[in-house]
Design a protein around this ligand. Structure first.
Ligand code: AMP
Ligand code: MG
Length: 425
């Protein structure tokens, strides 16, 4: 067993490989801004003009000269400016302008008194006067974002490689982008193996089970920014595997589920070897997921993708093992192929809830289904609890979990209340 890499060693091999792959620039697609969520930017977002394009009030209140206002003398209200208006003139000494959030500040004003901090006298347009209430002062620059403070025309506000979500979409919209250049999603072949598997539509005969890994991996691949390509399920014989594997070589990444343990019908490794595979590891000291295989298949130069070899993962068929090993190992390679700069896998810290015994296993890092309450009390870390499970085939436990609790190699009993790492989906 000691010949197998530890989790950290295997993760480092995957990370190094992902780094090499990230040198190949994926193809670029143009998508409407409203369809860009979840994609990876292939272009920088540049400011189309100074941002903000005018000195902007961040409050409803009165634009003023800070030194004058802080002397608490009444200032004549000389005008009003609403969001969308251009001020009709500059601020003259002894005056203030009523101003709304988001409106341009009149030239000559260097601060905005908040509406909550002022006292008004007079009601007619000519006689209205305003001053700061006693004890309140306003500093130069207060409640104003100066012209160009967030960026100058032409500045790069966001670099290529950023994941696009709502905030990035809002920024792009504010700069006038209706279409974004994003990287093409890597095409991820999903090859499930097993004589016992039947599709969802087919009633299982005795001894058969529904193929749940194909839809699960489809969901995982989509969530990780890939384009799932589900191949026909291969039976547990060499011919079926060779035939289906041969179809997969045009993919950008190949995921094979099942057939990688040491059993008599675990034929995936020999089939990959027949295709000239180079194996980076064939097993990792983790649980679940110990038989995981990582390597590359050669492909001819005419293949449509840019990387010279096809990275593949053989994921153990037990569903919890498949899910964990996808997140730990396949997701970083997929992210690199997608042109993403996001860190994956993602870990967080949580406090361990009281639990039945879940001690470490000698020599194995464990990733056990857990449920983390992220809405924990303020100033408290989130609390993670083990989900009771019956081993790596326990789909109910998987479905009731929202993370995996990391039990370090050779850990004794984990004490409730301890700070632990969780693997996030
Ligand atoms: P294997 O890795 O092929 O030895 O499979 C380990 C366990 O996972 C067996 O109980 C299989 O029946 C189960 N399994 C394998 N592939 C799938 C799949 N696609 N969907 C659901 N269970 C699977
Ligand atoms: Mg099998």
């Amino acid at each position: 067993m000691s010949a197998l890499p530890s989790y950290d060693q295997a993760a480092a091999m995957v990370a190094a490989h992902a780094k090499r792959l990230s040198r190949f620039r994926p193809a670029v697609e143009r998508v409407p801004l409203n369809c860009a969520s979840g994609r990876v930017l292939a272009q920088p977002i540049q400011a189309d003009r100074d941002q903000p394009p005018f000195s902007r009030s961040t409050r409803d209140g009165y634009a003023c000269h800070a030194a004058e206002a802080s002397a608490h003398a009444f200032l004549t209200v000389a005008g009003a400016v609403r969001a969308g208006d251009a001020p009709s003139g500059p601020l003259l000494p002894g005056t203030a302008w009523e101003i709304m959030t988001g409106a341009p500040v009149p030239a000559g004003a260097d601060a905005v008194m908040m509406i909550e901090h002022i006292e008004l006298v007079g009601d007619g347009a000519a006689s209205k006067k305003v001053r700061l209430v006693p004890l309140r002062t306003v500093k130069p620059g207060e409640n104003i974002v100066p012209l160009g403070a967030q960026g100058r025309a032409g500045d790069e506000l966001l670099a290529a490689g950023a994941a696009v979500h709502s905030g990035q979409i809002a920024l792009a919209a504010s700069c006038g982008y209706s279409v974004l250049e994003v990287f093409a999603r890597p095409r991820v072949a999903i090859l499930t193996t097993g004589d016992e598997l039947v599709p969802i539509e087919t009633a299982p005969a005795p001894g058969q089970i529904h193929n749940s890994n194909a839809p699960m991996l489809t969901a995982l691949v989509s969530a990780a920014g890939g384009e799932p390509w589900v191949l026909p399920t291969a039976a547990d014989n060499a011919e079926a595997l060779d035939h289906t594997l041969a179809q997969a070589v045009t993919a950008d990444l190949l995921l094979i589920s099942g057939g990688v343990s040491a059993g008599k019908f675990d034929l995936v490794e020999p089939a990959l070897a027949r295709m000239g595979a180079r194996f980076h590891f064939t097993g990792v000291r983790i649980q679940p997921g110990k038989p995981t295989v990582f390597g590359e298949l050669p492909r001819d130069a005419a293949a449509s993708t840019q990387s010279p070899a096809l990275p593949f993962f053989g994921l153990p068929g037990n569903p919890v093992s498949s899910a964990v090993t996808f997140l730990l190992f396949a997701a970083p390679v997929l992210a690199a192929l997608a042109g993403s700069r996001e860190d994956t896998p993602r870990f967080a810290l949580a406090r361990l809830a009281p639990h039945p015994d879940r001690s470490g296993k000698p020599g194995l890092t464990r990733f056990l289904p857990a449920f983390c309450n992220f809405g924990a009390k303020s100033n408290e870390p989130p609390e993670a609890a083990f989900v009771p499970w019956h081993g790596s085939g326990d789909l109910s436990a998987l479905a009731r979990s929202n993370c995996f609790l990391v039990v370090p190699e050779d850990a004794g009993d984990l004490e409730p209340g301890a700070i632990v790492r969780i693997l996030l989906p």
